[in-house]
Design a protein. Structure first.
Length: 553
């Protein structure tokens, strides 16, 4: 089994006195305890951390809600009567250009929010950033509720999108930092379930108002968004700060208080955990001094940024883009509007069911494996959907609806939830917010592309591909699957320090799972050069063999 250890120059910086040697010993104790935790023990010990991670992730319900609400309106009679234009067939419809414009306006706002979050979270912390933009969201909702034209509605979507861009990365990074390694995939996957819960809620609300006459048929779903900001603001005010974020900002006392609140009050390992966070952060600082956004594209961080970008973009390119336009897609395949809304609710419920199933899978199967199997299953569904597009019968329409449900279920058991632990674990701690933000930025740019071409693919007044659009996304899905095989590493059961070490030693993706990483091992020469008495170190701290570079194995 290949073995990698930390770089001597970085470790020597922190071994030049007894105090730092003690820090490393306490950090090693915390790392050992983290490895030994079972899921049951972690849930008992960190129930407060799990609660806060899941509570703050609820902000993603708002984003998931609005993403599907606005696209569902394109097939809603009340919205079409208010904002549609008469086509060549004499019927009113929302043009493909305006469908793209409305969907992309929120994405543009999200891009702005992502840029703001890179600065705000590093300087203000997770809690304060969260509270500021929850107030922003509360005020921004007024614009779409009282919009009297499509341009005003587009502006409202863009303004709301700024806060969604903040919550997209903040919730993922916060959830990954407040819980131990064994719980990380569950709380980060829950972020995806929140997004899915918003989609399910919006599908139910849109279906409930389907028979409501007048403008309230489309205004009321926007009004429902006011349910969230005030309770979430209060929750963020009461929540503890991320200890990793506090240490990166030099606020060690804040980090200590947060750790005390995030775990069982009887736990005596707070100082050891704090030592591990400090130790890991110092090593990352040595590698990414200054941690500017340019560092995300240098050295080993470039590979981490690539992984984040592709894994995020594949969320859309895997075929999920069609699911976002499911109502219009189903209507173009021959479903009535009410039938399309009913199937859309079934599709949306897959986000919750799939997320729960994925929780059980993550305890036994690696994230990369789950992700790639999901892509392969969705590829098969997309090929079948595309083939059915050449037929025009009730049987083919029913088959398309069933395949959409199956594809959505595959997506939410695998690709959807598995994405979140991957993007949370692969960046270095110092660059985590920036790397996740860059990845999400690419995701939103991919969304703009998808929102521009998908309506045209399925619209009868544009390209009129209908279900044959499945072939296009089968092709993009296959490209993502090929990339994953060669470039996506397995990070299951790895603490942040070990993941840093594997990237530092340029371990190939297919060897990540089988490489042993010892972030505390020291050779005798390194100990002597650092000026530390070997009697101050534990026996396990001394690595008898030189395995500095995995290429030498």
């Amino acid at each position: 089994m290949p073995v990698v250890t930390t770089n001597f120059n970085e470790r020597a910086l922190h071994l030049n006195n007894r105090e730092n040697a003690d820090l490393i010993q306490r950090a090693q104790e915390a790392d050992a305890l983290d490895h030994e935790l079972t899921i049951k023990q972690a849930l008992k010990k960190y129930k407060a951390a799990v609660f806060w991670a899941m509570f703050l992730s609820t902000a993603l319900v708002m984003e998931g809600y609005d993403v599907v609400v606005i696209s569902s309106f394109y097939g809603q009679e009340q919205f079409i009567n208010r904002f549609g234009t008469v086509g060549s067939d004499g019927k009113k419809a929302i043009t493909a250009a305006w469908q793209s414009g409305l969907s992309n306006s929120s994405v543009v706002g999200q891009l702005c929010g992502l840029i703001i979050n890179m600065w705000a979270q590093d300087r203000l912390g997770a809690r304060r950033t969260y509270m500021v933009f929850m107030v922003w969201m509360l005020l921004a909702i007024f614009i779409p509720v009282f919009a009297n034209s499509l341009p005003v509605l587009a502006v409202g979507e863009a303004v709301c999108g700024i806060s969604w861009g903040i919550f997209q990365t903040l919730s993922t990074s916060y959830a990954s930092e407040v819980v131990p390694t064994v719980l990380r995939p569950y709380v980060t996957a829950y972020v995806c379930m929140c997004w899915g819960a918003g989609i399910l809620l919006s599908s139910g609300v849109v279906r409930a108002v389907a028979n409501l006459q007048g403008d309230w048929g489309w205004r009321l779903p926007f009004v429902c968004q006011w349910v969230w900001p005030i309770p979430l603001f209060i929750g963020a005010y009461l929540a503890p700060e991320s200890p990793w974020n506090a240490v990166r900002r030099g606020e060690h006392d804040t980090a200590r208080k947060a750790l005390l609140r995030l775990r069982d009050p009887a736990d005596k390992d707070v100082e050891a955990t704090l030592a591990y966070i400090v130790h890991t952060t110092r090593l990352e600082m040595a590698e990414t001094e200054g941690s500017s956004i340019l560092e995300c594209f240098r050295g080993t961080n470039l590979r981490r940024t690539e992984i984040n970008c592709v894994v995020w973009a594949a969320q859309i390119l895997c075929g999920n883009a069609i699911l976002g336009y499911s109502v219009v897609f189903l209507e173009s395949a021959g479903f009535t509007p009410i039938q399309a809304f009913d199937v859309n609710i079934a599709l949306s419920s897959c986000y919750i069911i799939g997320g729960i199933v994925c929780w059980f899978l993550m305890a036994r199967v690696g994230r990369a494996t789950i992700y790639m199997v999901g892509l392969a299953c969705m590829f098969c569904c997309l090929i079948a959907i595309g083939a059915l597009g050449f037929k025009n019968s009730k049987e083919s329409q029913l088959a398309i609806g069933i395949l959409l449900v199956i594809s959505t279920l595959f997506n939410m058991i695998t690709v959807g939830p598995a994405c979140y632990p991957i993007v949370a674990e692969t960046p270095s701690g110092r660059l985590r917010y920036k790397t996740i933000t860059i990845g999400r930025f690419v995701y939103n740019l991919t969304g703009i592309f998808s929102n521009s071409v998908t309506p045209r693919m399925i619209s009868a007044t544009a390209w009129n591909w209908g279900a044959k659009a499945g072939f296009f996304y089968a092709g993009t899905n296959l490209l993502c699957l090929i990339w994953c095989w060669f470039r996506l590493p397995e990070t299951k059961d790895r603490p942040f320090g070990e993941i840093d070490l594997l990237f530092e030693n340029k371990v190939p993706a297919r060897q990540f799972k089988h490489t042993k990483a010892n972030q505390f091992a020291l050779t005798a020469e390194e100990i002597d050069a650092a000026g530390v008495d070997q009697r101050d170190l534990k026996h396990d701290d001394i690595e008898k063999h030189d395995f500095e570079h995995v290429e030498r194995i």
